[in-house]
Design a protein around this ligand. Structure first.
Ligand SMILES: NC(=O)C1=CN([C@@H]2O[C@H](COP(=O)(O)OP(=O)(O)OC[C@H]3O[C@@H](n4cnc5c(N)ncnc54)[C@H](OP(=O)(O)O)[C@@H]3O)[C@@H](O)[C@H]2O)[C@@H](O)CC1
Ligand SMILES: Nc1ncnc2c1ncn2[C@@H]1O[C@H](COP(=O)(O)OP(=O)(O)O)[C@@H](O)[C@H]1O
Length: 329
């Protein structure tokens, strides 16, 4: 007999109160390294804009630090827009890989990160193998967000012991299934017809948390937990907004990892929280009309502020008992 469903097992909407429990306001005891460092390995000569969008989004969501781990020419574009970004290797709490690159380039970058990280650690490489305590690959491997060109690396990253969130749109998830020879969800139409089931099937198949993008966002874990985030506005359906989501997600997960939370439930809650921030930022940036992806990224900061204010104002009963950290006032 299957266990009785708990509240989230039905794919219930992830609410502002739920999301508010995931974010924290920095306190007097914090410094940049207690708040979470995001590593972005995104963008390419073909798609430098994706790196800029992801960096803007990660920074506007409020990390302690953002490291950019891509090639020099793309780093120049990122730094021209955001001098706050720190280029080059160093310890990170989360790695975001793949936005704005094809599968071959994502694989090359992934192999390079693994090689540097395992061989020389934080001093010489981006150190994707070591967690907050500088441990070795396996239990301490940092959480990884796999987007766009990197989605096909999910088996490799999970196999290496990384907690993984993979962020496909319907076409990318269909391609992943098709490459694995699994026909049921091998077309975009099939994924779009049953998005929640497709996300859940993928989460179980690959042992990763899946965030399936679309008109609604579906998050699923390998153990069957499902969360759903409704869109703020359909103006969000434009090029580059997925790159923004990946950056935002990196920061939310880095904050959780810095607090010692990178289990699948934490990743799923972080993913749903990033989707909710993204949806709210879209409403703020759109104001009822078209939005640009860069403006969407900028609107993440007020979306975070709004959520933290909501958390501070919420009655204790609204967030008590859900097992999550309460934000510090
Ligand atoms: N600013 C930046 O740097 C940005 C960079 N970006 C980066 O680009 C990379 C690729 O991302 P993506 O999701 O677009 O690619 P992908 O999954 O291969 O989808 C291709 C599918 O689309 C379809 N298709 C194409 N044109 C179509 C049309 N006119 N009308 C209808 N269908 C059309 C096409 O169908 P087909 O032509 O084959 O029938 C195929 O199925 C990725 O790395 C991402 O991060 C983006 O985030 C944007 C901002
Ligand atoms: N019809 C829609 N209404 C609202 N949001 C949408 C719709 N279609 C897609 N989105 C959202 O827009 C974003 C697009 O991401 P993605 O497809 O990766 O685009 P890109 O690769 O161009 O950045 C996702 O967050 C997705 O959930």
């Amino acid at each position: 007999m299957s266990p009785a469903p708990h509240r989230d097992d039905t794919g219930a909407p992830w609410t502002r109160a739920d999301a508010a429990g995931v974010l924290v306001r920095p306190g007097p005891g914090d410094h940049k390294y207690t708040r979470g460092v995001v590593g972005l390995c995104t963008g390419s000569a073909r798609y430098p804009g994706a790196a800029v969008l992801g960096a803007e989004a990660a920074l506007r969501t409020g990390p302690g630090m953002l490291r950019y781990l891509g090639p020099a020419e793309t780093a120049r574009a990122v730094l021209a827009r955001r001098p706050e970004c720190v280029p080059g290797p160093g310890r990170v709490q989360v790695l975001v890989l793949g936005s704005g690159m094809d599968a071959a380039e994502a694989r090359r970058r992934w192999l390079g990160l693994r090689h540097d990280g395992t061989r020389a650690g934080a001093a010489a490489g981006p150190d994707v193998s070591a967690g907050t305590d500088g441990g070795t690959a396996g239990a301490d491997a940092v959480p990884v967000v796999l987007d766009a060109g990197a989605i096909g690396l999910v088996g490799s990253a999970v196999g290496d012991g990384h907690p993984v969130v993979v962020t496909p749109h319907a076409g990318e998830l269909a391609a992943l299934f098709a490459q694995a020879g699994e026909g049921r969800f091998g077309t975009r139409a099939a994924v779009e017809a049953e998005p929640e089931l497709a996300a859940l099937t993928a989460a179980r198949r690959w042992g990763a948390v899946v965030l399936l993008k679309g008109a609604a966002t579906h998050v699923a874990t390998p153990r069957g937990r499902r969360l759903r985030v409704e869109v703020g506005t359909h103006w969000l359906a434009s090029a580059g907004t997925g790159d923004v989501l990946a950056g935002c997600l990196g920061t939310v997960l880095a904050s959780l990892a810095a607090r010692g939370r990178s289990d699948d439930d934490a990743l799923a809650e972080g993913a749903a929280t990033a989707a909710l921030l993204h949806a709210r930022a879209a409403e703020l940036a759109s104001g009822g009309g078209p939005l640009l992806a860069l403006e969407l990224a900028e609107a993440l900061a007020p979306a975070v502020a709004e959520l933290l204010t909501h958390a501070a104002d919420a009655a204790p009963a609204e967030t008590a008992g859900n097992g999550r950290d309460r934000p510090t006032p």
